[in-house]
Design a protein around this ligand. Structure first.
Ligand code: ADP
Ligand code: MG
Length: 342
């Protein structure tokens, strides 16, 4: 069992109720992602005006960036019923067909981690998405026959951390594909201030900025760090979270200036061990004791985004910055290498 990391952008056990409280419920409260919000707002309004089901939506992006939140907001803004399931939870065709046939007109079916959906179920979704119908085979042997079920017009919202794993025919059936990016510090700071307000915690501007800077571009981490930092303030008896309290809290969590923690530094340590050899994902996973999939879906995207590593056909290679983050000297900066020309 890999150790549990505080900075994992994935939901931790017991975190749900708090996430729920901090979740924006309307588009206007959703901070940042301006272009995406603008687009969605327009499509929602159009669907409402025409009294049609909203086109199917695919939300892709790293964990903790707001996919589930947005899916709920869409349902809310449409005044539609929200039904939630996930790719791994849907095992049998009967489960999916049952779910689909129970949907009412314009309902939202949210399938989280849709890239992990059983491929045979994907086929059912194709006709459901395109023509609001599914063909089900009933009985077995010579009596087997297929009947066509007509569905009510509905909207499928798929969320994925790995858009690349969806086959092009499947991806193509989503009329509204939207990608969520990591958030800039300014927006994360706004999220910190908003959440502090909801939690009735007083926080100084600088402290909110510090939390934002070290949250890996991820709103879920902003909220999680904020709550831990608030604990520090409570224990220290300070009535407001100031910069010192925030830094103290972050230090206790082992989060550095870039938002990296011990495991990130270990990954970077593996990558920078031998500058001449790119490292494969299997090696990294084995060396740091974490699952390949978790490293690829959860940790690596941030390291890539921060320009700490590059993916090449031969494997991962560290950038000069990765050496600095791992506390090493980048090979290119070895003294003497850039000696002035004679
Ligand atoms: N744009 C945002 N503005 C404010 N809070 C956000 C935003 N995006 C995400 N959050 C908060 O971050 C947490 C994680 O978001 P969630 O939608 O569960 O992420 P995902 O489904 O992409 O993993 C939620 O508690 C939510 O309130
Ligand atoms: Mg989610």
């Amino acid at each position: 069992m890999p150790e549990e990391r505080f900075v994992t952008p994935v939901n931790l056990p017991g975190e749900d109720p708090m996430e729920h409280i901090l979740r924006p419920t309307i588009l206007k409260e959703f901070i940042g992602q301006a272009r995406l919000k603008d687009n969605l707002g327009l499509y929602i309004e159009a669907a409402r005006k025409r009294h049609e089901a909203l086109d199917h939506v695919l939300l892709s992006g790293a964990p903790g960036l707001g996919k589930t939140t947005l899916a709920r907001i869409i349902a809310n803004e449409l005044g539609a019923e929200f039904h939630q399931t996930s790719g791994p939870a849907l095992q049998r065709a009967g489960d999916l067909v049952g779910l689909l046939s129970r949907l009412n007109e314009f309902d939202i079916l949210f399938i989280d981690e849709i890239h992990r959906l059983n491929p045979t179920l994907e086929e059912y979704l194709y006709t459901a998405m395109e023509d609001y119908m599914v063909d089900v085979v009933i009985d077995q042997g010579p009596a087997a026959r297929s009947i066509r079920l007509t569905l009510k017009p509905f909207t499928l919202i798929g969320a994925t951390t790995r858009e690349g794993l969806l086959g092009p025919p499947f991806r193509g059936r989503f009329g509204i594909p939207e990608k969520l990016d990591y958030y800039p510090v300014g927006e994360l700071k706004e999220i910190a201030l908003r959440s502090a307000g909801i939690l009735e915690a007083r926080i100084e501007d600088e402290a909110a900025g510090e939390i934002a800077k070290r949250s890996r571009g991820t709103p879920r981490l902003v909220n999680r760090i904020l709550r831990r930092v608030r604990d520090v303030a409570t224990v220290q008896g300070t009535d407001s979270i100031d910069l010192e309290v925030a830094r103290d809290g972050l230090k206790r969590l082992g989060i550095d200036e870039m938002g990296l923690d011990a495991l990130d530094r270990r990954i970077l340590g593996v990558l920078t061990a031998d500058p001449d050899h790119p490292v494969g994902i299997k090696t990294i996973a084995a060396m740091v004791g974490e699952e390949e999939r978790t490293i690829e879906e959860v940790y690596e995207p941030y390291l890539l985004q921060q320009g700490l590593l590059l993916k090449t056909a031969r494997g991962r290679i560290p950038t000069p910055m990765a050496y600095l983050a791992a506390g090493k000297q980048p090979p290119d900066c070895t003294p003497g290498l850039f000696a002035p020309e004679q």
